[in-house]
Design a protein around this ligand. Sequence first.
Ligand SMILES: [Zn+2]
Length: 113
Amino acid sequence: MHEMALAESVVRLAEETATAEGARRIRSVIVEIGALSCVEPEALTFCFDAVSRGTLAEGAELRIERIDGAAYCWRCERTVPIAARTDPCPECGGYQLQPTAGTEMRVQAIEIE
Ligand SMILES: [Zn+2]
């Protein structure tokens, strides 16, 4: 379950930011998760709650924003929307796709107090 490692790096980044700002606690962390990133939002939330215990992020809300996926279809020679890495091209049904958007997972904002 790679969500645990991701949650650890999210909490570490949030704590570093909070410490640098002299914050007492972290209120919420907003992360963007691409539809093609293979990150399960529910698993990430579960892991975040677990690894944030005893840190400045304990009790913080993890807000997840989904980013739609897109891929370049070599057959259609254009970019098409896809919901998962395993999806075929919605135009031609082919699988010659190169993901171009939605593969990322990143911390977008951290709210501290
Ligand atoms: Zn296509």
